[in-house]
Design a protein. Sequence first.
Length: 130
Amino acid sequence: MDTLAVGRRLVELCKQGHNRKAIEELYAEDAVSTEPMPGPTGDRVTRGKAALLKGSDWFFANHTIHSSFVDGPYPCDDAFICMMGIDLTAKAGPMAGQRMEMKEAARYTVKNGKITSSTFYYPTDEMCKQ
């Protein structure tokens, strides 16, 4: 698949709520994902499809999803961007019981028909203080 086809398939799967299937089907084994803030493991960078699947499983097990959206893809060369949002309630941790709406932009790089990297962009409390 070319970059646009990968992007379209990612959007299709995410709109159907099949985020795990998107990782299984579209990500390279050695894919890398970068976030602005550390996740539950304490790292900002997640390496490898197995770790990405584990992180996705944790996210969906620890949040109640009320609604979500994904818009795109917007391709350029070997990458595409999607705009995403989610309305959720945390089940555990310091935000347990709190409902939140989050929006982000995500940039995906594609090589040999697979997503090799994803980078997420969203406001954080630390960024908002600057």
